[in-house]
Design a protein around this ligand. Structure first.
Ligand code: HSE
Length: 411
């Protein structure tokens, strides 16, 4: 039997306990021994929970217990979660987390400390919920130079956009549904503003390069300004509107990185992911393309990934595993946003003469498409000579009050 502790008994933490109980026999066979939840750290009590008798309010009960080998951190955020994770590692415990905010902000420090202490810091559940992506990138695809990692990395926004598109419900209704199902964070701002997807993209990019990418360097836009008419354009163009994160390796080992709502062809593999599902396309120079698809959020899918990391730790106790650390360097890894190429749908007031728009975009191309709302015209731009984000922004500034909106195309 191996003893573990869970720090943070919310949606994911209680899911971890549920999976351990539900699949105890399978886990015992895979890990080579049973997994016993010895302590649960939380501010609250859970008298009706099957594991309620394990609850403690004192972290020392975990760190000072030599029988606890593995600590699960499902607190979230970068405050107390950082402090307790550092204490757990310093106490010689393996740490397994689902906390993408913490990994994205403090990954190098936590990984370096784990290495120094001869233990593991595991974070499969931090990206893609239940989808395996962290270990596949580290291990199964390690023979490749990874050229692209792109996809739908946030279940909440995907659920909202899917429901708005398919069921025609309003944004606030779709958000309320996502919260009721436990997909959205308590404060959904990080989901809606794209920050959650951005942190996950930065984690995947860091694994890919073996170098830490600061998520704050990644241009990020959320879905809060998406209008119902934008979804009509998506339907008209045989596309879907998705919040997409994209990492593209450049020949000089910098990367183009962005998180933003994008129009993507309905036939593109990434576009199969609707509802809370995530889809992550990885392109390696030996592999070609592979798609990782599945439940990107939710209690049991995320717990599935956490418990798999616990099993991995249990199987490697006494032997040093696996996940590499991230080097921290001063080199500018993320290419300045203004230099990145872009194609977009641009919605403009209909009083502008079309010839002015064609002249404005010149060799970059401007193709008029059928407007989906009165008093506007819509153009696909950037499909000719390469158009940079900086060039597009400058042109839109010139049109200023006549710009109704613009959405990038995923290409
Ligand atoms: N709020 C996150 C999402 C949870 O919606 O994807 C999983 O990381």
């Amino acid at each position: 039997m191996i003893n573990i502790a869970i720090m943070g008994y919310g949606v994911v933490g209680s899911g971890v306990a549920e999976v351990c109980r539900m699949n105890a026999d399978t886990i015992r066979k895979k890990a080579g021994r049973g997994i016993n939840i010895k302590k649960i750290l939380d501010l609250r009590d859970f008298p009706d929970d099957p594991f309620g008798d394990r609850v403690t309010h004192r972290a020392g009960d975990i760190f000072e217990d030599p029988d606890i080998a593995i600590v699960v951190e499902t607190i979230g955020g970068t405050g107390i979660a950082l402090d307790l994770s550092l204490q757990a590692l310093r106490s010689g415990k393996h740490v397994v987390t689902s906390n993408k905010e913490l990994v994205a902000a403090h990954g190098p420090e936590l990984m370096a400390l784990a290495q120094q202490m001869g233990v593991s810091y595991m974070y499969e559940a931090s990206v893609g919920g239940g989808i395996p992506i962290v270990r596949p990138l580290h291990k199964c695809l390690s023979a490749n130079v990874i050229q692209t990692v792109a996809g739908i990395l946030n279940g909440t926004t995907n659920y909202i956009l899917t429901r708005m598109d398919a069921a025609g419900i309003r944004f606030d209704q779709a958000l309320a549904e996502a919260q009721a199902k436990g997909y959205a964070e308590q404060n959904p701002t990080a989901d809606l503003d794209g920050l959650d997807a951005c942190r996950k993209l930065a984690i995947l990019g860091s694994i890919t390069l073996g170098e830490y990418i600061d998520s704050r360097k990644v241009h990020t836009e959320g879905i809060t300004s998406i209008m119902p008419t934008d979804l009509l354009y998506a339907q008209h163009l045989q596309m879907k509107l998705k919040l997409i994160g994209r990492f593209r390796l450049l020949p000089d080992r910098r990367a183009d990185m962005i998180v933003a709502p994008m129009l993507i062809s309905r036939s593109h593999p990434i576009a199969v992911a609707d509802d809370v599902n995530n889809a992550i396309l990885v392109e390696g120079n030996a592999l070609g393309e592979a798609l990782f698809y599945g439940r990107g959020a939710g209690k049991l899918p995320t717990a599935s990934a956490v418990v798999a990391d616990v099993i991995e730790c249990a199987m490697h106790l006494g032997r040093l595993p696996h996940l590499t650390t991230w080097a921290v360097s001063d080199r500018p890894i993320v290419r300045p946003h203004d230099e990145c190429p872009v194609q977009a749908l641009v919605r403009l007031h209909d009083r502008l003469p079309p010839d002015q728009i064609r002249a404005l975009f010149g060799p970059h191309g401007a193709e008029l498409i059928e407007a989906q709302d009165l008093h506007e015209q819509a153009w696909l731009v950037g499909q000719g000579a390469p158009l940079s984000e900086g060039q597009l922004a400058a042109r839109l500034r010139m049109l200023d009050a006549d710009v109704i909106g613009r959405i990038r195309l995923f290409v």
